[in-house]
Each structure stands twice: as C-alpha cells, then as structure tokens.
Design a protein around this ligand. Sequence first.
Ligand SMILES: NC(=O)c1ccc[n+]([C@@H]2O[C@H](COP(=O)([O-])OP(=O)(O)OC[C@H]3O[C@@H](n4cnc5c(N)ncnc54)[C@H](OP(=O)(O)O)[C@@H]3O)[C@@H](O)[C@H]2O)c1
Length: 375
Amino acid sequence: MKNNRRNFLKTGTVLSASALAASMLSAIPARVTASPVTTGDNGGSKNQYRTLGSGKHSIKVSYGLGLGCMGMSFNRSFIPNTKDMITVIRKAYEMGVTLFDTAEAYGPFTNEVLVGEAIAPFRKHITLCSKFGFDIQNGKLTGGLNSQPAHIRAVVEQSLKRLKTDVIDLVYQHRVDPKVPMEDVAGTIKDLTKEGKIKHFGLSEAGPESIRKAHAVQPLTALQTEFSLMTREPALEVFSVCEELGIGFVPYSPLSRAYLTGYINERTKYIATNDNRPGLPRYKPEAIVANWGIIDVLTAFGNQRGYTAAQVALAWLMAQKPWVVPIPGTTKLAHLQENLGAATVDLTPDELKQITNDITAIKIVGDRCATPQTK
Ligand SMILES: NC(=O)c1ccc[n+]([C@@H]2O[C@H](COP(=O)([O-])OP(=O)(O)OC[C@H]3O[C@@H](n4cnc5c(N)ncnc54)[C@H](OP(=O)(O)O)[C@@H]3O)[C@@H](O)[C@H]2O)c1
C-alpha cells in the first residue's frame, strides 16, 4: 500500500479500481506545489513533504494538508453513515494524505472509534493525531477542562483502545488548563513518551508563555490553533515563537467552518444539537451577510486563476510558512478532492499580498468564539 501510494505521488498514476475514484483521483496532483514549500530529504520531489517540528521531534507530512475528521461525528450538524466516512478517510490516504486529526472530545469518543477503524489497513504509514484535556462525565462534555496528570494517562489509555493502536503519533492538549501547571502536563507526556504510548506532543490554542513552558520540559512538534483568512490574529501572535523554537503550525477550522467556501449563507439551517456554529457570533445571519465581501475577494481571485474559494483560502494558509499544515474537515469526497487541489495553487508574492490586503481591508463582523480560547 505504502509503495503504491508513493508511486502515485511520484507519477500521478491512478490506482483506485472504481471508475468514480479514478475520475476523482486523476485530478489530484502528483506532488505538492503550493509555495513556499520545504525541501524534503526524502529523495523524491522537493515539494512532496512539509515538516512539523524539528530534529527528533519532527514529523514529515505528505501532501502539505491533513484531514480533520471531527465533522464526520461531531459539531457539523448531520452525522453521515460510518461506512461512507470510512471511505472518505481511506480515499484521503490513497490520495496521499498522511495526517489524520481526531480527539477524545469529538462525539465524545465516537470520532476516535471511526478513525481507528478507517485507518487500520494503513495505520503504520500515517501520522495519527488525537487530543486530551476536556472534562467528560457520563459520556458528555461538561464544558470544563481536565489536564490532571492521572486523567491524561487514563485518556491516553482509552484513546489507544478506541484508535486500535499501541501508540499515538501526536497528542495535543486540547486547551490549556489553568488549574494544572504546564510543566506537569508536559512532564506526564514526557513519561508517556518514554513508555512508548505517545510519539510527539502538541498544544492547541496555547499562547507564547504556555508554549515556552511546555517546550522546555518536552519539545513540542506542533501547535494546533484556529487560523484562516477570517481568523488571523491568534496564529500571528504565536508564529514568531513557533519559528524560534522550531514548532510546526496546524491551522484548525482553516475554512472557517465552511464559511470561506461560500457553501453556507444566512439561510443555512444547522442542527443545533450537533453544531457549535449557531452559538458563535460569526455565524449569525447578520454577520454572514456583513462579511460576504471575503467570499467576493476569494471568488474573484479564483475565477481569474481557475480555483474555487476554498482552494484559494487553503493555498493562502499554506503560503504563510513552509511549516504550516492545514487540516480542513469534510464529509464529502468531492470536497476532499477540491481541498487537496489547493496544494497545486502556486501564489506569487504579489498575489499573496493582494489577497491579504483585500481581506484585511474588510472589517470582520462577529468574534470567532463566544469566549476567549487562547491561554
Ligand atoms: N484543536 C481544536 O480545538 C479544534 C477545533 C475545531 C476543529 N479542529 C480540527 O480541525 C478540523 C477542521 O475544522 P472544522 O471542521 O471546524 O472547520 P473547516 O475545516 O474550516 O470546515 C469544515 C466545514 O467546511 C465544509 N467544507 C469543507 N471543504 C469544503 C469545500 N471544499 N466546499 C464546501 N464546503 C466544504 C465541511 O462540510 P462538508 O462535510 O459538507 O464538506 C464542514 O462543514 C476538524 O475536523 C478537527 O480535526 C480542532
């Protein structure tokens, strides 16, 4: 499987047996060309990999984009059937994706079970990422945090079972827990790493001070924080510390929870019991309408170059730094193909500047979250 996939990446050869998959895969590039790119030492195309982290704490990620699996079970309204989501995850792998993102909190639990089953045939060839840190009682998220060392250990054991694996490649603390010193969290991860249960450590929505404290105890491979053309500030605040310490950056909600695709609008109806968007200021109908100039910018640019709004939004992220690896989520093969196509978008410095200036000129209405996330 691995060799086949490598060959596919090198030659663009279509491997899937089904006609549908063949027609989809044929549009996928043989290699990553979004710029700027890292110089891989894999002996293949220099554009084939991006790297998160540095030294022995680094991970090479093929394709430059990962797959966020949350929405297949959690927070994105409908929950599609498991069989089809397994197909989406497996097709992503066939198309060259090696970074798969889940968390204990997604469901809770059900998303890890889904991902564990989907990746089983190629487990050893991918980077499996999960997260701990939310308080869950009787199978429900309480809204609180829990990064107590004993709890981290218990969660990792349970995640390993659900993911059907004996090691998690990258484990993030989902949110900084003000009640637990970061040194204790990082120390627990260090021990779990020595025990062979975790390979790499990451934080999510952590500020510079938390990053430095954690990194001093157990070097971080990646920071996963919301970052998109609509939500630039949280990431830009930590880019310099990531660069200084050699920590990769994984933008979550890189399509701003579908907004940047132009796929949702003020008439979109959400299933409120399984969607966080109705509670977020930016997804109120009046904010959706007020911010639509962003879609106009992305669409106008995309129309000139032959790309969709989603592809321009993802390419803009990838062009920020060679150590940025977005993880767009989708439940649809068509969207997966479209999103992976962003890796072929080669933005010139002038184009990048133009998109940034045009979007920065738009005053975004509505906060990204109801309460501050980064600590
Ligand atoms: N660390 C954290 O705290 C945190 C928080 C949130 C998310 N995450 C991670 O980040 C991943 C992605 O985040 P996200 O799901 O919040 O946001 P996202 O990737 O920005 O957007 C996902 C939404 O966009 C839609 N979409 C994707 N591609 C599309 C396309 N080409 N055209 C039209 N619609 C498209 C999806 O619907 P369809 O299914 O219809 O394509 C889905 O509703 C998650 O899966 C999760 O792994 C992490």
